[in-house]
Ligand binder design. Structure first.
Ligand code: OOG
Ligand code: MG
Length: 262
């Protein structure tokens, strides 16, 4: 750790206020260029503590920057991990208020719920397969608090990996009925196809992202509990959205997820 505790608390408050008040900020590594990975995750943990102290619950864990398209879009090479909170959830078929966000983008994600704990190190796709209860689709709405959506990895980790909203589809499937690598995803906005990919875009297999998350937490003495909702990361690059846009994502075998920006 390079930052003292007071600075961690101050930066967590600064970034969480930007989220809750929907205003952008300069990236924190501009002012704290020496901060390290532990500092970045400590700031995210403090944001989580602040939300829990306010009565919010963690609704799931997320992997980010796991597809080659997203890594290329953001100019990075390493996945990141964060969480989504209960108040970020919006219903399938519902509305999302664009005015509550800064510069939202949407991304299609293959998700799972676990039925057994996963504890790294040593987790791999096979270990994760044994712990999957079911598979379900979701669309994540990311909204970096950083100006013009420009950041480096430490800044985005501290900013809880741009989490802002998520919409879960209603169609769950068993893993043994699916090949997540060849599962196709088509992302449409206002009826126009904007991006498409198959699950293998995420680290060769979306469950490889879950294994990385388990190993990341294991290195910090933590585990993924049974019953955890996990988003494996956007399969395509994230697509910017405007007020009035209708988003529809078609997931092969998993149905559609759709909503509108009001
Ligand atoms: C970071 C969050 C990335 C994903 O699925 O790749 C993410 C960002 O791109 O702002 O959630
Ligand atoms: Mg995402």
């Amino acid at each position: 750790m390079k930052l003292d505790n007071a600075t961690i608390l101050k930066l967590a408050e600064h970034l969480e206020n930007a989220e809750l008040q929907a205003h952008d900020v300069t990236k924190i590594t501009d002012d704290y260029p020496d901060m390290d990975w532990d500092d970045a995750y400590a700031i995210q943990d403090e944001i989580r503590r602040r939300k829990e102290a306010r009565g919010n619950k963690v609704a799931g864990l997320k992997c980010g920057l796991t597809s080659f398209a997203k890594m290329k879009q953001m100019g990075v090479e390493t996945p990141v991990f964060g969480f989504v909170a209960d108040y970020m959830s919006r219903p399938d078929g519902g509305e999302i208020k664009h005015s509550e966000l800064i510069h939202p983008k949407v991304e299609a994600e293959i998700c799972i719920v676990t039925k057994a704990p996963l504890k790294g190190p040593g987790c791999h796709v096979g270990t994760v397969m044994a712990a999957v209860d079911f598979v379900l689709p979701a669309v994540e709405i990311i909204d970096s608090r950083y100006r013009d959506f420009k950041f480096d990895l430490k800044s985005v980790i501290a900013d809880n990996t741009s989490s802002s909203r998520f919409v879960i589809g209603g169609n769950m499937r068993n893993l043994d009925e699916l090949d997540l690598r060849t599962l196709g995803v088509v992302l449409e906005i206002n009826g126009e196809i904007k991006a498409m990919a198959a699950g293998a875009a995420v680290l060769g297999h979306p469950l490889a992202a879950v294994a990385m998350l388990a190993n990341h937490l294991g290195a910090r003495g933590q585990e993924i509990p049974a019953g955890t909702f996990i988003m494996t990361g956007g399969v395509t690059e994230a697509i910017p959205v405007a007020k009035g846009d209708n988003v529809n994502v078609r997931f092969q075998e998993l149905g559609n997820v759709s909503f509108r920006f009001a």
